[in-house]
Write a protein that binds this ligand. Structure first.
Ligand SMILES: Nc1ccn([C@@H]2O[C@H](COP(=O)(O)OP(=O)(O)OP(=O)(O)O)[C@@H](O)[C@H]2O)c(=O)n1
Ligand SMILES: C[C@](O)(CO)[C@H](O)COP(=O)(O)O
Length: 230
């Protein structure tokens, strides 16, 4: 089937402020990165994962992630870059060079460690059904305002047309490669693909796929475990 997942995990986790790279922060004794990779493999759709690790922790990440791979698969680990997009690009180059027959590429934040395997499956299956770019999304719960540089409200977008975007984002391999070779900039991979004029379709995301960014998010993640959904 040729599905590879790239996991950008090289962030410093400054907003979390845990004193170590966020991907290695334990929740219920298990690092976020390990939980994220487990979810990818548990989907049954992914056999190869390429991790962009914090440059100072490549060996440690290799040690903790190697045992997670299923039979016939592997976890590849390399040093990430300065920005998330650099980490994804480096992981993509590695995947296309080292993993045979890559047809579908997922990009999944290590920080979205509690993403249910069903979401991974839905994204992969939509790409395999012929969509070149697929993202999981949720409706926006709050009213959203656009403001100017002084913080004065400009307008109120129609909330029914807004979505919060999660990962994994899924792409056919050629589309993602073209997006990363374009020299464009965006805060997510689908944003690059949009700028190429490629249609991006959505599937339903999940609240558990939240990005662990702040200490509040970490408390929510711990609560998910206690509640038995994580
Ligand atoms: N240079 C970077 C920056 C981020 N990431 C990854 O991209 C994902 C989303 O980034 P974010 O949640 O913002 O993580 P951090 O950059 O670590 O957060 P902060 O801005 O608080 O330092 C994370 O899995 C993070 O590890 C990465 O691989 N390489
Ligand atoms: C890719 C992403 O998680 C989608 O919501 C998000 O754009 C990552 O943003 P960050 O600022 O790099 O954390």
């Amino acid at each position: 089937m040729g599905v590879v997942a790239l996991v950008p995990a090289a962030g410093r986790g400054e907003r979390l402020g845990f004193g170590m790279p966020k991907a290695l922060v334990p929740v219920g004794g298990v690092p976020l990165l390990v939980r994220a990779i487990r979810g990818l493999f548990e989907s049954g759709r992914v056999r190869h994962v390429v991790v962009a690790a914090p440059p100072s922790d490549v060996d440690q990440v290799r040690t903790v992630t190697a045992p997670l791979a299923p039979a016939g698969g592997a976890v590849h680990v390399l040093a990430g870059g300065a920005e998330r997009s650099d980490s994804v690009r480096l992981a993509l180059e590695h995947a296309l060079a080292e993993v045979p027959d890559v047809r579908v590429v997922l990009v999944h934040d290590a920080a979205r460690a509690f993403t249910p395997p069903t979401v991974v499956r839905d994204v992969v299956d939509a790409v395999l059904a012929g969509h070149p770019a697929v993202i999981p999304v949720l409706p926006v719960a709050d009213t959203v305002k656009r403001v100017d540089t002084k913080g004065v409200v400009v307008d109120t977008p129609d909330r029914s047309l807004l979505r919060v975007v999660q990962t994994p984002q899924g792409f056919d391999a050629a589309t993602l490669r073209a997006a990363h070779e374009s020299g464009l900039h965006a805060t997510d991979d689908a944003g690059l693909v949009e700028r190429l004029g490629v249609p991006v379709v959505t599937v339903t995301g999940h609240q558990d796929a939240m990005k662990v960014t702040t200490p509040f998010d970490l408390a929510v993640a711990e609560a998910l475990l206690v509640g038995g959904t994580g």
